[in-house]
Design a binder for this molecule. Structure first.
Ligand SMILES: Nc1ncnc2c1ncn2[C@@H]1O[C@H](COP(=O)(O)OP(=O)(O)OP(=O)(O)O)[C@@H](O)[C@H]1O
Ligand SMILES: [Mg+2]
Length: 423
């Protein structure tokens, strides 16, 4: 029987209306007894409503694995539901592409859970920086497309935030002047055009020009900037999971710029689509503009929404955390250190799935999310978790409860395992 406790993130009204529809199987309840533990009923995950979710846990405890389980449950939804949604994964480690293939590494574990290995070759799309496509292909990776952003999509303030400059720094002022002049022409331009323009700026000091040109050269090297930039509706596809693999971009500033641009675009397009959906309903017709309800997953999220400073992706992601519900944009942030995540994102979190965590500061960060109904000590809950793969605690604000579970094994291949010396 399905009861409310079976579906993380689902409220009573939705349970009565939809039952298990639009949810995915992600594990089993874990009951901890005095001397042992036992797995009981199945745990599902709500994919119908927008959520803000935190996945935390120490290194190697199963965060990426668990996020993969959620992605799988999306991939396994019936077409008519799945095709109204889309997932985007910001993957700076370069591990999610392997979900195209079946999990042949944990066959006996899958058998214990009555599951079969399964790859999602047609639902997982691997996108890489446009100019790195050949590099990825040469390494044998199943690339589906290239991604790029345009210089014109970023203001000087974005650059300042991305590179940690001050508004009054000379480097920022020189960039501002030249970028603004290029933007005014209304013509397309790339990094080389901007470099050329800066070189010809007679008012700027030579050393500042040199520093700026050298930064721009590095920026260009990562192959993510182009004249036009890829449009968001050429990237996001209904019913699909787009993996944006930035593992070959070593510059965090560039990754955050890319994340900022895509996050802004998704939000903007969903706001438009939502308005059109309402209008179409009022006028009893089909919407003319469509954009799927989107889930954004950030691996190593402390880089995109750090607690101690603002970066270029901070505001776009905060907007999703605070206002994503209405247009239907969900957020999943994954980190080893919840304490390093922006407080305002934590405050908006409605679901926490945390694998083992021990640092007091990190436990305090979790505590701050749901203190009202969490009578029992979080540390005790954590300490009681058995040392088995996938053992986690869940805090669900929708149901105001905390419980333990074990995340089920993956049916698709997980590429993020701990490296082993090959002997
Ligand atoms: N639910 C699970 N069932 C079975 N095995 C699991 C489960 N969760 C994790 N594992 C195993 O643990 C390994 C590490 O998991 P994972 O890569 O998700 O760690 P992580 O928390 O993301 O680590 P990091 O902080 O280094 O990114 C996996 O390769 C897998 O072998
Ligand atoms: Mg990981």
């Amino acid at each position: 029987m399905v009861n409310l406790e079976s579906i993380i993130g689902r409220n009573r009204k939705d349970l009565e209306k939809f039952g298990l529809k639009g949810s995915g199987f992600i594990g089993k309840h874990l009951v901890i007894r005095e001397y042992d533990w036992v797995l009981t009923t199945k745990v599902y995950f709500d994919l119908l409503r927008p959520h803000v979710m935190l996945i935390s846990g120490k290194r190697g405890t199963g965060k990426s694995y668990a996020s993969g389980v959620i992605i799988e449950s999306f991939c396994m939804l019936p077409d008519e539901i799945r095709n109204k949604m889309a997932f985007i994964v910001f993957d700076p480690i370069g591990i999610y592409w392997s979900m195209k293939y079946p999990n042949e590494q944990q066959l006996s574990l899958l058998k214990e859970w009555n599951l079969e290995p399964k790859g999602f070759v047609d639902k997982i799309l691997l996108y890489v920086p446009e100019k790195q496509i050949d590099e990825y292909k040469d390494a044998g990776l199943p690339v589906d497309g290239g991604i790029s952003i345009a210089l014109k999509d970023f203001s000087v303030d974005d650059w300042i935030l991305a590179f940690g400059w001050k508004r009054t720094d000379e480097i920022a002022l020189v960039l501002e002047k030249n970028l603004t002049e290029l933007l005014k022409t209304g013509e397309e331009f790339d990094v080389n055009d901007l470099i050329e323009k800066i070189r010809n700026d007679d008012e700027a000091k030579d050393e500042i020009k040199k520093a700026l040109v050298s930064i721009l050269r590095v920026v260009d090297e990562w192959g993510i900037f182009s004249k036009k930039g890829k449009k968001i509706d050429e990237i996001v596809e209904p019913g699909k999971v787009v993996i944006i693999d930035t593992s070959r971009i070593k510059e965090t500033a560039i990754r955050t710029m890319l994340a900022a641009k895509i996050t802004r675009d998704v939000y903007f397009n969903r706001v438009l689509a939502r308005k059109e959906e309402e209008l179409a309903k009022i006028e009893s017709r089909e919407p003319t503009y469509k954009f799927p309800l989107t889930w954004l997953i950030f691996e190593e999220a402390h880089n995109y929404i750090p607690s101690e400073r603002e970066t270029v992706s901070t505001r776009p992601i905060l907007t999703i955390a605070k206002q994503g519900r209405e247009p239907g944009v969900s957020l999943v942030v994954i980190t080893q250190m919840p304490n390093k995540i922006h407080r305002e994102v934590l405050a908006q979190t409605d679901i926490v799935l945390s694998l083992r965590l021990t640092a007091k500061s990190d436990l305090d960060a979790l505590h701050s999310i749901m203190q009202t109904y969490m009578e029992s000590d979080l540390e005790q809950y954590m300490n009681k978790l058995p040392r088995i793969h996938g053992a986690a605690i869940v805090l669900d604000d929708n149901q105001e409860r905390i419980f333990s579970m074990v995340v089920r094994p993956r049916v698709s291949w997980h590429a993020g395992g701990t490296a082993l010396v090959n002997v």
